[in-house]
Design a protein. Structure first.
Length: 193
C-alpha cells in the first residue's frame, strides 16, 4: 500500500467526495474511503480526525486567503475596502477548474443537515476571523463585525451563484457584482420616519 505517497490527503479527500456523492455521507465509512485509494483506515486517521474533516479540510486555507487580502490593504483603508480586498483575495481560491468539485461538495452538504450546520459554523468562524483582522487594523468593534458579516454574506451569495448549473462567470466577477449590489443598497437614503 502506498501510505506515504505525496498527495495522500488530497487523494483521500477526492475519494471521500466521490463516495459521499454516490452513496451518501452517512452510508460511507472511513474504511470505504481508505480502501477506495488503496490505504488503511489508520492512514486515513493520520490525515483527518473523522470523515467530515475530509470534506471541510480546506477551511484554514480559505481563512488565510481572506486574511491575505486584509493584510495587503493600505493603512487607513475603510472597513468596506478591507472586506472588498479580502473577497478578491479569497476569489483566487475558486478557479474555474474547482467549480465541478465545489458543486459536488455542496450537493453532499445540501443533502445532510449535520453537514449544513457544519458549513454554517465554518462561515460564522470565517466571519469572526475576518472581524478580528479588521479590529487588529484599528476598526471599531461594531463596524468590524458589521463589515465582516456583510463580507461573508457577499461571499456566500457569490458562491451560491458560482456553483449554479447554468453559471459560467468567474467567481471574482460574481463577487464584484454582489458587492456592487450591497453598495447600492447601503447608499440608498434612509426612509423617512
Amino acid at each position: 500500500m502506498a501510505r506515504w505517497e505525496p498527495g495522500t490527503a488530497e487523494r483521500l479527500q477526492e475519494a471521500a467526495l466521490e463516495l459521499f456523492a454516490a452513496r451518501g455521507f452517512e452510508q460511507t465509512t472511513v474504511t470505504d474511503i481508505a480502501r477506495a485509494v488503496g490505504l488503511t483506515e489508520r492512514t486515513f486517521f493520520r490525515h483527518f480526525s473523522d470523515k467530515r474533516e475530509a470534506l471541510f479540510h480546506g477551511q484554514r486555507l480559505l481563512a488565510d486567503a481572506f486574511l491575505s487580502g486584509v493584510a495587503a490593504a493600505p493603512d487607513g483603508a475603510a472597513p468596506v475596502e478591507l472586506v472588498t480586498r479580502a473577497l478578491r483575495s479569497a476569489a483566487a481560491f475558486f478557479p474555474e477548474e474547482r467549480r465541478p468539485h465545489s458543486r459536488t461538495r455542496q450537493s453532499v452538504i445540501d443533502r445532510n443537515p449535520a453537514l449544513q450546520e457544519r458549513e454554517l459554523l465554518k462561515l460564522a468562524g470565517l466571519a469572526a476571523t475576518l472581524a478580528d483582522a479588521l479590529r487588529a487594523r484599528g476598526i471599531g468593534d461594531l463596524p468590524a463585525s458589521l463589515a465582516a458579516q456583510s463580507g461573508i454574506t457577499v461571499f456566500g451569495l457569490a458562491f451560491t451563484q458560482w456553483i449554479a448549473d447554468d453559471e459560467h462567470r468567474p467567481f471574482t466577477e460574481i463577487a464584484e457584482s454582489v458587492l456592487h449590489e450591497l453598495r447600492a443598497l447601503t447608499a440608498a437614503p434612509a426612509p423617512p420616519e
